[in-house]
Ligand binder design. Structure first.
Ligand code: GDP
Ligand code: IMO
Ligand code: MG
Length: 426
């Protein structure tokens, strides 16, 4: 029996998961998303084309793989239809290669309204969500009020009516006057579109595939610091973005997890509110944002930028059991004279190398080490041997600090701009 490999973000999302899933897909038979929903925006670039995927796994552009949307994902039928139709129009035979779990929860039109109303109530303490109804949908799942894709197969209108009326009462109690009949009609017709896909018991499909020695890659969304348990709570998303999320979000037993690929950027970004110890408010932060095109793939919001945070990365590696690291966007730092890395925090004059419980409330002073930049354009480099010596020193430094091998280096957004090192293994 083979094991499943898991690829997930180690920071606050947008690490480049979509790109790397696409690069690794030829080595797999199945690619499966295990959590999150259309709050995700996974960008892929190849052959001068660019795609941003929201709910659909990033393994659809290679040849022959089956892609699965697992039970842990929350689906918005309207956004799914838009995404799917655009891909079909681009020639992707989605109906043949995409399967969706019956147990995936549905995002209702009223979930989006509740998301907005919750944010409004929080005022200046708002999370800065993507507004896609993610929190309210997972809330309903956990409070056992949710609707699942499989529910669309029998008596759906009735079940939908109960859920909608409950939401309307909640919205009214929050002082809202919800009006969503147009959205609702669109949503109901999008449900029919969704039902034209292969709706399956994905836990059986995946475990059967493993029994047949097929190879499965699980694709995470968001990142570890947005995990509902271990992230910078409450400024997090509402799912388990960590490795264990692949077990509960796909029905894969923990002893079936193989490689855990942890992705991080050579620096750090975050969208939305919440703590960010190494955030830069100066010219350097702006320079990273400009060079890295750090604007949200979903909302177009400016991403906050800062230096790499090794305290947070070590924490993420520990929580996920990362076996290999993948460093993205190294090229963004190509022209910097100096590169900084945060190796510790100082809180109230006390040094720590732990990611603290009160990361949201404490004033954290990052402790940095500074290294010389490599001052070389790496975007055309295709092999390990060509890498500039100072960059190799930086990678060696990170590997030593993080006690985990960095086996893939990304030097540009395109599929081709990827250096798979000799240490990489599946
Ligand atoms: P994801 O959500 O983790 O899949 O990441 P996003 O797609 O939201 O954000 C990553 C952005 O960086 C996208 O615009 C990618 O095209 C781009 N990107 C990925 N890898 C690299 C890289 O190595 N260098 C540069 N310059 N851009 C990259
Ligand atoms: P990918 O998969 C970056 C952030 C939002 C907000 C918080 C909660 O592309 O890496 P939510 O809508 O989930 O309730 O918002 O989480 N967030 C992301 N940030 N990348 C993402 O996904 C994100 N998905 C959610 O900005 O701060
Ligand atoms: Mg993204």
């Amino acid at each position: 029996m083979t094991k499943v490999d898991v690829l997930l973000g180690l920071q606050w999302g947008d690490e480049g998961k979509g790109k790397v899933v696409d690069v690794l897909t030829p080595g797999y038979d199945i690619v499966a998303r295990f959590q999150g929903g259309p709050n995700a925006g996974h960008t892929l670039e190849f052959d001068n084309k660019k795609f941003v995927l929201r709910s659909i796994p990033s393994g659809i552009f290679q040849k022959g793989q089956i892609n699965i949307i697992g039970n842990g994902v929350v689906l918005d039928p309207i956004l799914f239809q838009e995404e799917a139709e655009a891909l079909e129009a681009a020639g992707i035979p989605l109906k043949k290669i995409l399967k969706i779990s019956k147990k995936a929860h549905l995002i209702l039109p009223t979930h989006r309204l509740l998301d907005a109303a919750n944010e409004k109530q929080k005022g200046s303490g708002k999370i800065g969500t993507t507004g896609k109804g993610i929190g309210p949908t997972y809330t309903d799942k956990i409070s056992r009020n949710g609707l699942r894709l499989g529910d669309t197969l029998h008596n759906f209108k009735e079940k939908y009516g109960v859920a909608r009326d409950r939401h309307v009462a909640m919205l009214k109690s929050m002082g809202e006057e919800p009006e969503f009949s147009e959205l609702e009609n669109k949503w109901l017709s999008a449900i029919d579109h969704l039902k034209s896909y292969d709706i399956i018991d994905s836990e059986y499909e995946i475990n059967k595939a493993l029994g047949e020695d097929k190879r499965v890659l699980c694709e995470g969304a968001q990142g570890t610091l947005l995990d509902v348990d271990f992230g910078s709570y409450p400024f997090v998303t509402s799912s388990n973005t960590i490795c264990s999320g692949a077990c509960s979000g796909l029905g894969v037993a923990p002893n079936k997890i193989g490689e855990v690929y942890g992705i991080f950027k050579a620096y750090c970004t975050r969208v939305g509110s919440g703590p960010f110890p190494t955030e830069l408010f100066d010219e350097t932060g702006k320079r990273i944002r400009d060079l890295g095109h750090e604007y949200g793939a979903v909302t177009g919001r400016e991403r906050r930028c800062g230096w790499i945070d090794l305290v947070a990365l070590k924490y993420a590696i520990m929580i996920n059991g990362v076996t290999q690291l993948i460093m993205m966007k190294s090229d963004v730092l190509d022209d910097f004279d100096e590169i900084k890395a945060c190796v510790g925090y100082e809180i109230d004059g006390v040094k720590t190398d732990r990611f603290p419980f009160d990361v949201t409330t404490e004033k954290i002073e990052p402790i940095y080490v500074t290294m010389p930049g490599w001052k070389t354009d790496m975007t055309k480099i295709s092999s390990e041997e060509e890498l500039p010596a100072k960059f190799v020193d930086y990678v060696d430094f990170l590997e030593k600090e993080l006690q985990t091998p960095i086996t893939i280096l990304s030097v540009g957004p395109d599929r081709q701009q990827t250096i798979v090192r000799k240490s990489f293994h599946r």
